[in-house]
Structure formats: structure tokens, C-alpha cells
Design a binder for this molecule. Structure first.
Ligand SMILES: [Zn+2]
Length: 60
């Protein structure tokens, strides 16, 4: 997931415990991304919704 975020031009803004804060390329959206290997579909949906400006299907 972090790889896909970087590919979209998102920036890593910091880590707190097991969560990372990411900022989208436009600067208006941010999401908290767990840095676990396994991320639940609900969390993935939430991240996609929060980073609204990224193209559909950016995270598979
Ligand atoms: Zn944005």
C-alpha cells in the first residue's frame, strides 16, 4: 500500500506507533494508514475515500 501511495505522489508525513499519516499530492486530503502487512478491506475503503483526489483504482 505504501508503494501505491508513493506511486501516486502521496507523501509520508509521519509515523505514530503502528500508523502512518499520508498526505495526497494536492495537499487537501490525508489518511491514516496502518503499517501492518494485512490491512482489512474496510480500512482500505476508508483510505480510498479519504484520499478523494486520487484516480479510481489506484489501490488494488
Ligand atoms: Zn487530494
Amino acid at each position: 500500500m505504501q508503494r501505491a501511495l508513493l506511486d501516486q505522489g502521496a507523501g509520508h508525513k509521519g509515523t505514530r506507533g503502528s500508523h502512518e499519516k499520508w498526505l495526497c499530492p494536492c495537499g487537501k486530503h490525508q489518511a491514516i494508514v496502518p503499517n501492518h502487512t494485512i490491512v482489512s478491506p474496510g480500512v482500505i475503503r476508508d483510505i480510498i475515500k479519504k484520499l478523494d483526489c486520487l484516480p479510481e483504482g489506484w489501490l488494488q
